[in-house]
Design a protein around this ligand. Structure first.
Ligand SMILES: [Fe+2]
Length: 388
């Protein structure tokens, strides 16, 4: 029997309502919380896809007073948080509901915080930097990737300083996560692929890092298998509800793993890269992931063998390192099959001269501290160069 060699905690205060049709339960959930005035935070795409209709109906059925802010954009920043916070304060909202991908759910967390705190959102960068408790939050994901519905983190873009900042606290964990695979049916193949690879990066980075423990490991293993079995199917046919269900559960379990462990070098790089260049979080992580895995193989080879097996690779008869390397091959094959690029040059021009400068920012990330192979500045630069 394997014995964990370190003491750990695992805390999950979010109530998860999961399954096809779950979204119609929002009224009951809000009524059970005893709250009446609700601000929905979302984007125009969600609005146009008709996803708000069952939510509005369910809230209407229980007599909630509902306000809608639908101006969230990808990687939303200070101004959007300020506009939506003003709306929450003016209407005396008691509950913030984020509906969408990471940007909408993270904006909802930021608005919940700012409704009860002074200044601007970036003043609260880091962990537990605010004094008054945020408003309660409900998160409803419409992509299968970010996992923000069950994490402590809100990532907000600082467009002036070209950085993405994490604001984290257990108090930003949504009170309820409503996860309904039907809401992801309208995602186009490219978004399905990119967000799905973000979820796989969460699972793999959590699984191999030095902070992992039995509960996160179990969640990560479940996630890696679900994503390996379902991502191709979801990209091939967006209407495949079984594959969408597998991907939403894959994304959820990955987040349940990494919320306690943090991540690794791929996420240390993807945040500043996404702030400097127009590349989505999922695509940036996907391109970095195999190169980060290659760097990490020697830090935890047995875990990489297990990843290879979970992704359907045969490892019998191979040496430990040969079997571990199969995990990298499995990730590259998956990316090729779902139409994602293996190099940044296929999607964005990254200035080689900028890499050492950005790498200095990357080196400060707490995600490096738990990475199984501790990187120095030269290692970080090399991993990015390989990904170009
Ligand atoms: Fe991510």
């Amino acid at each position: 029997m394997k014995i964990n060699d370190h003491l750990f905690t695992y805390e999950m205060p979010t109530r998860i309502v999961y399954g096809v049709g779950a979204v119609a339960k929002i009224g009951e959930e809000v009524a059970a919380m005893g709250l009446n005035s609700v601000l929905l935070i979302t984007d125009r795409g969600v609005q146009k896809a008709g996803i708000l209709e069952p939510i509005l109906k369910s809230l209407d059925d229980v007599g909630s007073q509902v306000f809608v802010y639908d101006q969230v954009v990808a990687d939303s920043g200070i101004e959007i948080v300020e506009q939506a916070t003003k709306m929450a304060q003016e209407n005396k909202c008691e509950l913030i509901v984020g509906i969408g991908g990471g940007s909408s759910m993270d904006t909802a967390k930021a608005v919940a915080l700012m409704t009860n705190n002074q200044g601007q959102i970036l003043d609260y960068a880091g962990l537990d930097q605010f004094s008054s408790d945020p408003l309660p939050i409900i998160a409803i994901p419409t992509t299968a990737g970010t996992g923000s519905e069950v994490t402590v983190w809100a990532v907000i873009s600082d467009k002036v300083n070209q950085i993405k900042t994490g604001i984290g606290s257990m108090k930003l964990m949504p009170r309820v996560a409503i996860c309904d695979p039907e809401l992801t049916l309208s995602l186009p193949p490219q978004v399905t692929a990119a967000t799905g690879m973000d979820a796989l990066t969460h699972a793999i980075e959590s699984y191999v890092n030095t902070a992992t423990q039995a509960i996160s490991e179990a969640m990560a293993e479940k996630s890696i298998k679900l994503i390996a079995d379902n991502l191709r199917l979801a990209v091939a046919n967006g209407q495949n509800i079984k594959a969408r269900d597998g991907m939403l559960m894959g994304s959820l379990t990955a987040a349940l793993a990494f919320n306690e462990t943090r991540l690794g070098i791929a996420h240390a790089w993807s945040s500043p890269l996404g702030a400097f260049y127009p590349v989505s979080h999922g695509v940036a992580n996907a391109i970095l992931l195999p190169n980060v895995m290659e760097f990490n193989l020697i830090g935890n080879p047995q875990k990489f063998v297990k990843i290879a097996e979970l992704m359907g690779e045969k490892t019998q008869g191979l040496t430990l390192m040969e079997a571990a390397r199969k995990s990298v091959e499995a990730v590259r094959n998956l990316m090729t099959d779902i139409g994602l690029p293996l190099h940044f040059k296929e999607v964005v021009d990254i200035d080689v001269e900028m890499i050492p400068k950005i790498a200095e920012e990357v080196l400060k990330s707490g995600n490096n501290l738990v990475n199984p192979h501790r990187p120095d500045l030269t290692d970080l630069i090399e991993i990015c160069r390989k990904s170009l």
